[in-house]
Design a protein around this ligand. Structure first.
Ligand code: NIG
Ligand code: FE
Length: 406
């Protein structure tokens, strides 16, 4: 058995449990001073204070803050190209949907993704994952959705599966064939919805290469009714529902999430009160993406209202080449406090345990407790407030994944 001891932890800050935290519980984390964590074969065996047990390897945390590894529960990790050309268009007043409707946006990334080989996509995503790891992310969700054709959606999902094998970050795959109606179906959107439901989803199920089905429920993208059909088809094929809802316009996505009992609804920037109520009734986790609001120059999701209504709040990057070219969860932490007005304790839960719950992994990651994976961040920080308050530096000093310094 391989034992690793992390000792001399000045402050250990972690939520506890194996399910999402809602309401007042979201801010109830455990703070332990002068702590140690013993990891055996990659799994946390014991957490304590005072005299530490002996271990084959010892890591000195230097009296610093230690938290669980960060869980980035929403990314569009696999894509060809970038879209820096859109910055100038935005600066001249074009909106996200203007750019999309003019053939830029998701369609242009789709063209680049279709042209890329599996190897090229994997190498590019691996580089992003390396950077995410250095910022403290140890588990990450990744969506397809820039293939928008059966062959290319499956190609993206295979890249995610293969990266999960070869990279230290654990990856969870989401099928998002319904990210946009691609150009070749613009005049027959019904045929594309049928392609997603009747051809793509059965193959995704047969190949066992995704855990969730997501859809971009948005003006000019997929209507609430189309989203319902696609997510119900996903459920029939064993894929739990996720939904991009109320990102730009509220067209019923959050209400639908509650009705379907989706595991999470994402964005929710302009989520109406009936959407919050529906998510609370349906037990949906709100996966909020504040770096996207920042990049779109949009308002910020009503996070405090969600906490007050008993909706568990998770936060993630939304890393993608368009609306959010940011993969840094530390920036998300900053925005969670400054823009959502969540407390540091609520934010920590959002980027660890609730993120884990949003990808159905709360029994394995998201807290520093016996039985969970040995995924931790040793911060260049004395306490939790410090990492919420410092902006623009990488404060992750040492990242530990399954007991190994990575
Ligand atoms: O979550 N909203 C849909 N999908 C992404 C953006 C994708 C893109 O712009 O390429 C998002 O914001
Ligand atoms: Fe997204």
């Amino acid at each position: 058995m391989k034992t690793v001891l992390i000792r001399n932890i000045g402050m250990l800050a972690t939520p506890r449990g194996t399910a999402a935290k809602r309401g007042a519980e979201q801010g109830q984390i455990e703070i332990t001073r002068d702590a140690w964590v013993l990891i055996e074969d990659g799994v946390i065996a014991k957490v304590g204070t005072g005299d530490a047990p002996a271990a084959a390897e010892t890591i000195d945390a230097g009296g610093n803050l230690v938290t669980p590894g960060l869980v980035d529960a929403h990314t569009h990790l696999i894509f060809g190209g970038w879209r820096q050309n859109e910055l100038g268009l935005k600066l001249h007043g074009a909106s996200y949907l203007d750019i999309q409707n003019a053939g830029g946006g998701i369609q242009s990334t789709t063209n680049a993704t279709r042209a890329a080989t599996e190897r090229e996509l994997a190498d590019k995503a691996a580089k992003a994952l390396d950077e995410m790891l250095r910022f403290g992310t140890t588990t990450c969700e990744a969506k397809s959705g820039y293939g928008l054709a059966t062959e290319h959606e499956l190609k993206e999902l295979r890249v995610i599966r293969d990266l999960n094998e070869r990279h230290p970050i654990d990856l969870v795959a989401t099928f998002m064939g319904a990210h946009l109606v691609p150009a070749e179906y613009k005049h027959d959107r019904e045929a594309y919805v049928r392609l997603v439901c009747e051809e793509m989803l059965p193959l995704v199920k047969e190949q066992g290469i995704a855990k969730f089905c997501d859809v971009f429920c948005e003006a000019d993208t997929f209507t609430a009714e189309e989203s319902r059909r696609i997510l119900e088809a996903g459920l029939k094929h064993g894929l739990r529902a996720k939904i991009h809802a109320d990102e730009i316009e509220a067209i019923g996505g959050s209400v639908l999430a509650g009705e379907l009992g989706a595991i999470s609804a994402e964005h929710l920037i302009v989520c109406p009160s009936e959407g919050i109520a529906s998510m609370a009734r349906g037990g949906v986790i709100a996966c909020l993406l504040p770096a996207t609001s920042f990049n779109l120059g949009a308002v910020f999701a009503p996070a405090r209202e969600m906490v007050a209504a008993g909706v568990p709040v998770a936060m993630a990057t939304d890393f993608n080449p368009g609306s959010c070219p940011c993969l840094n969860m530390q920036f998300v932490i900053n925005l969670g406090c400054l823009k959502y007005k969540l407390t540091p304790e609520e934010v920590l839960t959002a980027v660890t345990l609730n993120g884990a719950a949003a990808i159905d992994l709360a029994d394995k990651v998201g807290s520093v407790e016996a039985g969970k994976l040995g995924d931790l961040v040793i911060w260049d920080a004395p306490d939790l407030d410090y990492i919420c308050y410092r902006v623009g530096s990488n404060l992750a000093k040492t990242v530990v994944k399954k007991g190994v310094v990575v």
